[in-house]
Ligand binder design. Structure first.
Ligand code: CLR
Length: 395
């Protein structure tokens, strides 16, 4: 029947996609995932600039550390929040759409703005594409009531092996609590795409990441596909210890980041808490209606493309995409002629600051600013400044 036909067609596309990907890897693939040609049914109508919102779909878990007076427990709450975001970050598309998808490649200056309103008060999001070649997204998420701000940026570097796409994330996040003037440096996991040969790609995390606090605590999270403890996918183990004393573990967390994990107090050998991202409620993000969005806002800018993808109309998808790409090319040409550079709306390049440098050194984190067009930070002054006449980007 029709379904079998579709399946066969998909299989065809998959094998040619795989073959193409492998050819590319052999013929010096640049590592830029946006240059990958994926089969139509794997295209998402969501731009990568939207993915920053995965950091805060549980606002009350994000702000919880701000009301904890004990610094070690505070660091534990930051770790718990980080772990609670992983399911949203890495397996939500899989669950909602049936497989991992290839996001739209954001244009330079593309914005995604929104807020979450719930029992935690108002939590706000600004996400901006700060580089196109290579693609880099910067974001900040803050809650004024609780005095918490997250900011970060990331790009990806990809490579192929026989059946897998390996993705290294370049960038980091910083979580700040006003009340304690405390910073947490968060490093990002590497990942790979599994299930490609079955035409059902999904993300698996690997390697390890760190959360280093300015108050002197380190969290180390180790990811393993099929856990060595449980044999289940999406497994991890995490330990929290005073910096420099890796053997002196205070708390440990283990389980699956897309299922259940448990938190232990190692000294007293007690289970403190367990958490299941499956049963915890996410707060939906509110964004402005399309007609009230600025021209640089993602959903408005990509509207025609998203509609065409939704209709499975690849020809219109192509022409509408080209319109955006050509306009961008024209802009870059103009800037070049005028010897100017596109001014980022909310973020600026900085030299590494002292606090950040110290935290990075603690966990052996290397800033690869050359691979992300710079080290990007939220620019409060830009945020406060009135909009320029020619940049009516917001409602
Ligand atoms: C972006 C930053 C987020 C976490 C995150 C989750 C999934 C990643 C995505 C990042 C980058 C783009 C990504 C995606 C999974 C698949 C997709 C690597 C790191 C690539 C471009 C799609 C390749 C096409 C296959 C599905 C065939 O905080």
């Amino acid at each position: 029947g029709e379904a079998a036909g579709v399946a066969a067609a998909n299989k065809g596309s998959w094998s040619s996609f795989l073959k193409y990907s492998l050819d590319q890897s052999i013929a010096s693939f640049s590592g830029d995932l946006s240059s990958l040609t994926a089969p139509p049914f794997i295209l998402s109508s969501t731009s990568l600039v939207e993915y920053s919102s995965y950091w805060a779909e549980h606002p009350s878990i994000l702000v919880a550390p701000a009301s904890e007076p004990d610094p070690a427990k505070r660091a534990l709450l930051v770790l718990k929040w980080f772990l609670s975001t992983l399911k949203q970050q890495y397996s939500s598309r899989n669950e909602k759409l049936g497989s991992e998808k290839k996001p739209l490649n954001p244009f330079l200056g593309e914005l995604f703005l929104g807020k979450w309103e719930d029992e935690a008060g108002t939590t706000e999001l600004i996400s901006e594409q700060v580089s196109h070649h290579p693609p880099v997204t910067a974001y900040t998420i803050w809650n004024q009531k609780h005095g918490v701000r997250l900011q970060g940026y990331n790009g990806q570097k990809a490579s192929f092996s026989m059946r897998t796409i390996h993705v290294k994330q370049i960038g980091h996040a910083i979580y700040h609590i006003d009340a304690y003037n405390e910073d947490y440096l968060i490093t990002l996991p590497s990942l790979h795409i599994e299930g490609l040969v079955y035409g059902a790609p999904y993300v698996e995390l690997n390697t390890r990441t760190f959360i280093q606090s300015s108050s002197g605590y380190t969290s180390k999270i180790s990811y393993s596909g099929k856990g060595w403890v449980s044999g289940k996918k999406n497994s991890f183990t995490a330990t929290l210890y005073p910096e420099g004393k890796e053997k002196d573990i205070l708390y440990s967390i283990e389980g699956q980041w897309n299922d259940t994990f448990t938190i232990h107090d190692v000294k007293s050998k007690t289970e403190l808490d367990s958490y299941s991202p499956k049963t915890s409620q996410v707060t939906p993000l509110t964004i402005a209606p399309l007609d009230q969005q600025g021209e640089l806002e993602s959903r408005r800018a990509w509207r025609a493309v998203a509609e065409a993808i939704g209709n499975g109309d690849m020809e219109t998808t192509g022409t509408e995409k080209s319109k955006i790409e050509n306009a961008q090319r024209e802009l870059r040409k103009q800037e070049k002629d005028e010897g100017k550079e596109w001014e980022r709306r909310y973020f600026s390049r900085v030299e590494a600051d002292e606090m950040f440098g110290r935290l990075a050194e603690r966990v052996g984190y290397q800033v690869e600013a050359d691979k992300t067009g710079g080290l990007w930070r939220w620019d409060e002054a830009k945020y406060q400044a009135p909009l320029k006449e020619d940049r009516k980007t917001e409602p």
